[in-house]
Design a protein around this ligand. Structure first.
Ligand SMILES: C[S@@+](CC[C@H](N)C(=O)[O-])C[C@H]1O[C@@H](n2cnc3c(N)ncnc32)[C@H](O)[C@@H]1O
Length: 282
């Protein structure tokens, strides 16, 4: 019986993990690094870090001084870490995926910044120096041991804890339809904002919440490329027959673009920036 918010969170993460592991088993088992092969397209999708800052970044920057430090847990390709390194003294990135860590290193090199440390480990494993602010952006969704994860993060914060968390959609209706057709059941959703807020409340963490919206849209060279991407997200083996079937299923979801490419309709989901001062901080 899941009777606390933490239990409910864990139940969702476990159910999703078990479901996806069973589907991945048909594809030869889970990959060692989930982001291997996905990291470059993730990097491209976050775009130019100066033109398109991560959601909530300006509000995080507002809380920081030039000499402050940041611990970015689940830093990915550096969407937040790179711009934060421009305006603070030092950023420590915790990132277990070698593929994502490589993207982050490349982003720092492109930005000409060296005031960062990259810890290629899984949180809450590594010992780290406490930082002025601890950031967890778009990382909590698959975390099973949410209480330990958050507890260790808060312990590493000298002044601020900042969380960016949205309600992820696994790329929306096209993927949902393909998952249903091939696997016979809808994919269990990731815990969203509405699951996180009661968890924080239960753990005695009382953030301020700023709400926004995130849009996910994908554009492809043609319908075949769209089918391959949707099949990969839906964890469908990419045989020629399966790809033809995926293409038929998603045909009605694809919109022709003026430049001849095709797009899946953009999904709009709520996202929140949750911030609070740690106890005893000035
Ligand atoms: C969706 S990406 C978000 C990256 C970045 N924070 C952003 O918003 O662009 C999630 C990242 O969290 C990392 N991650 C997943 N579980 C983690 C854990 N237990 N500890 C640290 N990082 C983790 C993944 O490897 C991935 O790079």
């Amino acid at each position: 019986m899941a009777d606390t918010a933490v239990d409910r969170w864990r139940a969702l993460v476990l159910a999703r993990r078990e479901q996806m592991d069973a589907q991945l088993a048909q594809l030869g088992g889970p990959p060692d690094d989930w982001w291997a092969g996905r990291a470059p397209s993730f990097s491209r999708s976050i775009g130019d870090l100066r033109q398109a800052p991560g959601w909530g970044l300006p509000q995080v920057v507002d809380r920081l001084e030039r000499t402050d430090t940041v611990l970015d847990i689940g830093a990915g390709a550096g969407r937040y870490a790179v711009p934060l390194a421009r305006v603070t003294g030092h950023v420590t990135l915790v990132e277990p995926s070698a593929a994502m860590a490589g993207e982050a290193r490349a982003a720092f090199a492109r930005a000409g910044l060296a005031n960062y440390t990259l810890v290629e480990r899984t949180w809450p494993g590594p010992r780290v120096t406490p930082a002025t602010a601890v950031l967890m952006a778009n990382v909590l969704g698959p975390v099973l041991e949410i209480e330990q994860f958050l507890g260790r993060a808060v312990a590493a914060a000298e002044r601020w804890v900042c969380i960016v968390h949205g309600s992820a959609l696994d790329m929306g209706r096209a993927v949902e339809r393909v998952v249903l057709a091939f696997h016979g059941a809808a994919r269990v959703r990731q815990p969203g904002l509405a699951d996180l807020i009661p968890v924080l409340h239960e753990l005695g963490m009382q953030p301020e919440l700023a709400m926004g919206e995130r849009r996910f849209g994908r554009v492809y060279a043609d319908a075949r490329e769209a089918a391959r991407d949707v099949a990969a997200t839906a964890l469908v083996e990419q045989t020629p027959a399966a790809l033809r079937r995926v293409q038929r299923i998603i045909a009605g979801e694809l919109e022709a673009q003026p430049d001849g490419r095709v797009a899946l309709a953009a999904q709009r989901v709520p996202v929140g920036l949750l911030t609070w001062r740690v106890r005893g901080a000035r």
